[in-house]
Design a binder for this molecule. Structure first.
Ligand code: HEM
Length: 430
């Protein structure tokens, strides 16, 4: 079939759609993305899950066009032609991820999105960063105190997951017991053990109790700001917004921490340089956002009408996944000049347009302290040849990262915080 002929084919009629998970799971993800682009151009036919078709948008300009144009590309899953109530298999993580009818900014367009988004922007705008930084540092110290004397650890299950979740739960003011229950729910929602729909229902229940408690007894946390926000019309909206924020944050933070640690331990430009307040850590955080973005493929937008994108005909109701990793590597946003590259902030790792992440500062604060605390205390070395990855259509979520280091002495006093015991594969992966 020629390029021109297959440009007009309907998504479901293209037989050789690439499974998204084979891209994120490839040994060399960037080579796999380049292969897709060479075959299809900037918009490639993929399967989100087996037999569930969608387009993967690979170009930077094309992604910005889609994410900034909500009049043409909706966030609301009710605009997906795929009747997933009937067609998606039970247990599919797409069911809970793209639940129609949930009342949060994430699922809305236009004025309704702006109304539900305002409380999030106000809450993160009011975040007490020094206090949050102190809390995250204490969490990191506690965890390092637990495994430090051992001289070896798995930095995913014993550190990245726990730091991310405890920090986010702390910002929203959850007790540790509820935070750990929420962590189990997130694992279920993203299809890593248990039933996604049960996990979502349980998460809604825990969060609703918490919202009611904060309304009755306000305190200094983000839930208190959200629970009192005049833009919300009912508790369901507060609960659904909080659930989205917790799910979105956890996955991203774990991936970003893991990818930065890996870069620091394996890349000769960083090994031995990133300690203390040196400039190298910020460079490593930025390089990771560009090269190994926490979410490689971002779900999803739904076409509101037949249109053309990147030379391909997209039909009303088609799903489009944003290829963040591909867009970040698009030569059209890079230059050969290292000086210009240093100040280049055009990556799309925090999204663009109305749905761009409301918490990039909070995210960076947590990840930076998590990495800094480790490299200041431990002389980390990977224990094996590399990290193992948990397969997911959306990200190169790390399954394990075993490391060795010189055992710490006198650190056990910090080790009072409990670490979640779930295996890494049971958490995240969306
Ligand atoms: C404290 C940690 C974080 C919280 C609470 C958080 C929360 C959220 C929320 C609530 C949204 C949905 C906004 C909307 O639809 O209007 C969102 C979107 C997003 N977040 Fe974050 N986030 C966090 C960290 C991160 C990190 C570390 C990254 C990646 C580096 C990230 C990347 C994104 C992206 C790409 C979107 C856009 C989704 C889309 O347009 O489809 N987030 N985040």
């Amino acid at each position: 079939m020629t390029e021109t002929e297959d440009s007009f084919l309907h998504l479901t009629d293209i037989p050789d759609r690439t499974p998204l998970v084979s891209v994120t799971g490839a040994d060399d993800m960037h080579a796999a993305l380049a292969g897709l682009q060479a075959r299809w151009g900037m918009v490639a036919p993929v399967d989100l899950e087996p037999g569930v078709p969608g387009w993967l948008v690979l170009g930077h300009r094309e992604i910005c066009d889609v994410m900034r144009n909500e009049g043409l590309f909706s966030r609301d899953p009710r605009n997906w032609r795929w009747n997933y109530e009937r067609l998606l298999p039970a247990g599919s993580s797409l069911r809970s991820m793209l639940s129609p009818g949930r009342r949060a900014a994430y699922y809305e367009d236009g004025p309704e999105h702006r109304r539900l988004r305002a409380p999030l922007d106000d809450a993160f705008g009011s975040l007490d960063e020094p206090r949050t930084a102190a809390m995250v540092r204490e969490i990191c110290e506690g965890l390092i105190g637990q495994f430090g004397p051992r001289g070896r650890a798995d930095l995913i299950s014993e550190y990245a997951i726990a730091v991310s979740f405890l920090s986010v739960a702390g910002m929203f003011g959850f007790r540790e017991k509820d935070g750990l229950a929420l962590l189990r729910c997130v694992g279920e929602i993203f299809g890593h053990g248990g039933d996604p729909e049960t996990g979502l229902a349980e998460m809604d229940r825990i969060v609703l109790d918490h919202v009611r408690e904060r309304r009755a007894r306000p305190t200094e946390d983000l839930t208190t700001v959200l629970a009192a926000h005049p833009a919300f019309e009912e508790d369901e909206e507060v609960v659904h917004s909080l659930v989205v924020a917790i799910c979105a944050a956890n996955e991203m933070l774990v991936s970003w921490i893991a990818a930065t640690l890996r870069l620091i331990m394996t890349d000769p430009r960083y090994t031995g340089r990133v300690s203390g307040p040196r400039r190298g850590l910020d460079d490593a955080l930025d390089e990771t956002l560009w090269r190994e973005p926490p979410i490689a493929n971002l779900p999803a937008r739904f076409a509101l009408t037949d249109c053309e994108l990147g030379g391909r005909v997209v039909r009303e109701g088609d799903a489009l996944v944003m290829g963040v990793a591909a867009a970040n590597a698009d030569p059209r946003v890079h230059t050969e000049d290292e000086w210009f590259e240093t100040g280049n902030r055009s990556h799309v790792s925090f999204g663009v347009g109305p749905h761009a992440c409301p918490a990039p500062r909070a995210g960076r604060l947590i990840v930076k302290i998590a990495v800094e605390s480790l490299v200041q205390r431990l002389d980390l070395r990977l224990a094996g040849p590399d990290v193992t990855w948990a397969p997911s259509p959306w990200s190169r979520y790390p399954a394990a990262m075993p490391v060795v280091f010189t055992p710490t002495t006198g650190a056990a006093a910090h080790g009072r915080r409990r670490v979640p015991r779930e295996p890494a594969s049971s958490i995240g992966g969306a």
